[in-house]
Design a binder for this molecule. Structure first.
Ligand SMILES: Nc1ncnc2c1ncn2[C@@H]1O[C@H](COP(=O)(O)OP(=O)(O)OP(=O)(O)O)[C@@H](O)[C@H]1O
Length: 394
């Protein structure tokens, strides 16, 4: 049956036709991985409502076996049936041809060439590299919670989990925890679509290993290539904030990031322990040497408030202030302590459960400290005001 027009619809010329209303409804459906309306991604090949109220819709998935297929189909049906005039949905699902897919990846890249990095100098995205001197100080936990705090503020957030030897961000955000069935990102030819958790786009070396339990024993050049690929081939889209979870110390990855992203702002995580301060200082010093700005220090695992109200300084005190003071000397500008995050059972259990505590329990003392650090990071450094982001016009 032919599609109606505004006049066939019985309304005035200014009223949208059934056809237009259907397209409008389909425009509310987003591809869950690309996070753009499917109508903008040329994923709706045709859509019309016939005189009996049957919506005939033909959608094109990006690839065969698209993991988001069921979600997209359900959302398309729901969007169509939300229109009063639609009595039934006749949905056909196909797959893009290689030519259509290439047109899509070209559009998504916008003005960028295939191997061009979107997060280097001149980017509109705030890039924070989270580093620490020692392992186990809670750097990944802080990164995941900072990302969730930014996302909770309505920002578009991505994480590159570059901690090759201890990639834990997927688990902290509740994806890919199961080593038997690690989450694999979708590939669109040379483009990699990062999985999304709690509104955060995430890519991790753990997603590319056949056996994520196996130790990664890569040498510098391989690590450099992988990080470069993450920054160029992964489609993060327009991000307000990109966080990088670096491995502890001053190894190959930290040096690569220093070279690739001299514009990154570095967040140094340390414990209150004075002995840990010296190693943390070294990570910050490397950042200064590569021209990166130190955004601040986050002291983690600070005093635990006990049920009787007394505070147990399990890891001593003063480490955050000491690192900030020393880095201020190295950087020749004041480096602030962004927050002192207390030891918190809820912070740990939130990480174990894959839901950052800043989302599940924003009143928790650890959440309050991390949310404060996130806000300070946003207000410091470059402003996001006036950032114009979006798909390049057709
Ligand atoms: N403030 C805190 N209170 C209680 N537990 C915490 C806190 N911060 C981190 N933890 C716990 O400490 C452990 C180490 O944290 P995490 O994995 O984030 O450290 P890391 O510095 O990223 O380690 P690595 O870089 O060596 O992988 C985790 O079990 C985490 O849940």
């Amino acid at each position: 049956m032919p599609a109606d027009t505004g006049s066939q619809n019985g309304g005035s010329a200014a009223e949208p036709s059934r056809h237009e209303r259907l397209w409008g409804a389909l425009g509310t459906v987003q591809d869950p991985e690309i996070r753009r309306p499917i109508t903008e991604l040329d994923m709706v090949e045709s859509a019309d409502v016939d005189a009996e109220g049957i919506a005939h819709i033909h959608i094109l998935l990006t690839i065969v076996g698209c993991p988001a297929a069921n979600a997209i189909e359900a959302a398309v049906r729901a969007a169509a049936t939300s229109l009063a005039e639609v009595t039934a949905v006749d949905l056909h699902v196909g797959v893009m041809t290689p030519v259509q897919r290439e047109a899509l990846t070209t559009r998504l890249r916008g003005d960028r060439g295939e191997r061009e990095m979107p997060f280097g100098p001149g980017t509109l995205t705030r890039v924070f590299a989270v580093t620490s001197g020692k392992g186990g100080v809670g750097k990944s936990t802080i990164t995941a919670n900072l990302a969730a705090a930014f996302a909770a503020r309505g920002l578009r957030v991505g994480i590159v989990d570059a901690d090759v030897h201890g990639f834990s961000i997927p688990g902290l955000l509740g994806i890919g925890e199961n080593a038997e069935a690690p989450v694999k990102p979708t590939r669109l030819d040379n483009m990699i679509l990062p999985p999304v958790a709690h509104g955060i786009k995430l890519i991790s070396i753990g997603m590319f290993l056949d056996d994520p339990r196996a130790a990664v024993a890569w040498r510098g050049p391989m690590l450099h290539r992988t990080i470069t690929q993450f920054l160029t081939d992964v489609y993060f889209g327009d991000l307000d904030v990109l966080l990088l979870d670096l491995p502890p110390g001053t190894g190959d990855i930290a040096i690569s990031i220093g070279q690739l992203l001299p514009n990154a702002e570095v967040v140094v995580v340390t414990t209150p322990q004075l002995a840990a301060a010296e190693v943390a200082e070294r990570s910050g010093t490397l950042a200064v040497q590569t021209g990166q700005r130190i955004a601040g220090v986050i002291e983690n695992m600070a005093g635990l408030v006990q049920p009787d109200g007394t505070v147990l300084d399990l890891f001593g005190s003063g480490g955050g202030d000491l690192v900030a003071e020393r880095l201020s000397t190295v950087a020749q500008r004041p480096v602030p302590v962004l927050a002192s995050v207390p030891l918190s059972v809820e912070l740990r259990t939130g990480g174990d459960a894959g839901t950052p505590v800043v989302l599940s329990d924003p009143e928790n003392a650890a959440s309050v400290a991390i949310l404060k650090a996130a806000d300070t990071l946003l207000t410091g450094g470059r402003s996001l005001a006036g950032v114009k982001l979006g798909l390049s016009p057709r």
